[in-house]
Design a protein around this ligand. Structure first.
Ligand code: RB5
Length: 155
């Protein structure tokens, strides 16, 4: 399953991606299928997509105008690693190295290879090994802030 959500800027792109992914028999959970999206804000969408990704232990796609705002908000949620990708290489590497669980896309960027970016993101696996050590450090930063501990003391 892939979770998908967008703010008002990304409704058209989101709908195109749903048609594309469903044509590949991928189950899509559209978590922002509101009738009227003119009043939504990307931090709210980021929260909804992030919670669904964590709950279902799956990948997600989050869309705003640039992909930047929604990625900033998603990355505030513990356990989320969200990456804005504008090409296939970024999508590949953020899965292999960062174990990113949310792909953030910009609906106003007019990228012509968006399906390829999505394909790469959802078909590439995390490589683990030395990259796991770095992910563990990200998790430790999250935990240290929750507990009021200075992460810097452990470097
Ligand atoms: C909404 O106008 C716009 O600010 C939002 O979609 C996003 O691009 C923010 O980063």
């Amino acid at each position: 399953m892939i979770v998908i959500g967008s703010d008002h800027t990304g409704v058209e792109l989101k709908n195109k991606l749903i048609v594309y992914l469903e044509s590949k028999k991928i189950v899509i959970n559209d978590v922002t299928h509101f009738a009227d999206q003119t009043g939504d804000d990307y931090p709210d969408i980021a929260w909804i997509v992030s919670q669904n990704v964590l709950k279902n232990k799956c990948l997600g796609i989050a869309i705003c105008g640039t992909g930047i705002g929604i990625s900033i908000a998603c990355n505030k949620v513990n356990g989320i690693r969200a990456a804005v990708c504008t090409n296939k290489y970024m999508a590949e590497m953020t899965r292999k190295d960062n174990d990113a669980n949310i792909l953030c896309l910009g609906s106003r960027l007019e990228l012509d290879n968006i399906n390829d970016i999505v394909d790469m993101f959802i078909t590439t696996n995390f490589e683990g090994e030395r990259h796991q050590r770095r992910i563990d450090k990200i998790t430790k930063i999250e935990k240290s802030q929750k507990e009021g501990v200075n992460y810097g003391d452990s470097i």
